[in-house]
Design a protein around this ligand. Structure first.
Ligand SMILES: C[S@@+](CC[C@H](N)C(=O)[O-])C[C@H]1O[C@@H](n2cnc3c(N)ncnc32)[C@H](O)[C@@H]1O
Length: 449
């Protein structure tokens, strides 16, 4: 790999004799990984769990194809191994309110959702509209029920959620030096002053992010770059600007190093941060810091909650669907946007002034006098949670994701919605008429396996 001259000079100065091993790591093959999804009750036996990573309780080395059943059903999430440590450092507790401020494509959000286990509230936000769409797809595929997905600026989030969250993650846009090996093109964006430019943007984001944290709450900051300007120096700036924050020590698996105070203002506290170097661990590289908000004074939290807005007819159609098909659904609140109905999560504030991609799990769409369940609902259900399921072979799965109809036995002459399942994984809804299953796999997501 052709590393920029200025990059080489910079890291020779910073790393001294160690720099040779650091540069040599850029010639090594990329390390691939994936996390298994604890929100799915059973996992396909085909997933190779022989090489766990030290970075996450759900993490493994290996590669899962994007066009595989394991990926489509959200049984796994492909993620670069060192990036898995970020969610593990954040480790929210069930019931927490969690914000992932820079979230697309969703690696960390799906990891945070694994900890929450469908409790509390996960607000996952991405500023770029196209990337926000990918975030929606990944969060839905993972089967997350308690996510509010936004396409907002950090400023707007700070206005809407003052002092609201137990955990805030800023996985910041950065100079991406840890991406060089995975995406060699990213080297061409790098210039000597790029880290300083990224640092300016990171400060702007952090100045907003701190407003979202409740007293006693935690802020996790991470980058996939090695640049001290964006790592130790950013945290030392944060500690100086916001003295009500203190660093929290991070448990470090073998090979993960302490942050380097000498690369910032010499504050020994910076050793509590974590550095993952590609010549020291099996991964591409990351920096992680965890801070606690010591203040006892919280901004006045906004208390107005989002209210339900279903019409009487919509409620009746939805109740009929729930009583026909979802035996263990339990009590929930709902809201509609246009004709689409969503689960309303506990504690969801007024969404009036926000660009909302998903207020909660999308349940389905009202069409004239009927209710059509959505793909996101199918992916969030265990097969026992739906009253009519069809177990498909892999060949039938391939037909369904391609958009074809399949034929099945129908001895009891059932007519209606069925949850299509492959090797224990929910795939999509279909509609059974006679022996034909009409395909409801979303048109925009169809593919040739
Ligand atoms: C490192 S990536 C996030 C990766 C993601 N957390 C994951 O694990 O999949 C940083 C994200 O920040 C977003 N971003 C860029 N500029 C931003 C800004 N000014 N404020 C907030 N987010 C921004 C980018 O679009 C990008 O999706």
């Amino acid at each position: 790999m052709n590393l920029p001259e200025a990059f080489i000079t910079k890291y020779q100065k910073l790393l001294g004799t160690e720099s040779e091993r650091f540069f040599a790591s850029f010639e090594q093959p990329v390390k691939h990984g994936f996390r298994v999804n604890p929100l799915k009750k059973a996992l396909p036996a085909t997933i190779d769990l022989s090489e766990p990573t030290p970075f996450s309780r759900w993490g493994y080395f290996g590669r899962v194809k994007g066009k595989s059943m394991e990926h489509q059903t959200g049984a796994v999430y492909s993620q670069e191994p060192s990036a898995m440590m970020v969610g593990e450092v954040a480790a929210p507790k069930p019931g927490d309110r969690v914000l992932d401020l820079c979230a697309a494509p969703g690696g960390k959000s799906t990891h945070l959702a694994s900890f929450l286990n469908q409790t509390g509230l996960l607000v996952t936000n991405e500023i770029m509209p196209k990337r926000a769409k990918i975030l929606v797809e990944n969060v839905e595929r993972f089967g997350v029920k308690n996510a509010l997905i936004l396409n907002e600026t950090p400023e707007s989030i700070a206005r809407s959620f003052p002092g609201f969250f137990d955990v805030v993650l800023v996985d910041a846009p950065c100079s991406g030096e840890g991406m060089f090996r995975k995406d060699p093109e990213s080297v061409s964006y790098w210039t000597e002053d790029y880290p300083a430019k990224c640092a300016d943007r990171q400060k702007t984001i952090l100045n907003e992010a701190v407003k979202n944290i409740k007293p006693g709450g935690e802020l996790v900051y991470s980058t996939c770059t090695f640049a001290p300007e964006e790592d130790e120096q950013m945290i030392s700036w944060l500690l100086q600007t916001y003295p009500e924050f203190e660093l929290v020590a991070i448990d470090k698996p073998a090979g993960v190093e302490d942050g380097r105070p000498e690369w910032a203002d010499g504050n020994p506290e910076l050793k509590k941060t974590a550095r993952l170097f590609p010549h020291k661990v099996d991964g591409e590289g990351h920096f992680i810091a965890k801070l606690r908000f010591k203040s006892a004074i919280s901004p006045e939290p906004k208390t107005r909650e989002q209210s339900e807005n279903l019409t009487k007819d919509q409620r009746q159609l939805l109740n009929e669907f729930i009583s026909d098909y979802l035996p263990d659904f339990g009590p929930h609140r709902f809201m509609t946007f246009g004709d689409t109905v969503y689960l309303l999560n506990e504690g969801t504030p007024d969404l009036d002034k926000l660009k909302v991609k998903r207020p909660g799990l999308e349940l389905g769409v009202f069409k004239k006098n009927r209710f059509e369940p959505s793909y996101a609902l199918a992916l969030s259900l265990d097969q026992q949670a739906f009253s009519h399921t069809i177990n498909m072979t892999r060949d039938q799965w391939a037909k369904v994701v391609h958009g074809d109809t399949i034929n099945v036995e129908n001895t009891d002459q059932f007519k209606g919605w069925v949850l299509l399942v492959c090797e224990g994984q929910s795939v999509s809804f279909g509609k059974l008429v006679g022996t034909t299953v009409k395909n409801y796999f979303p048109k925009g997501l169809r593919f040739q396996a």
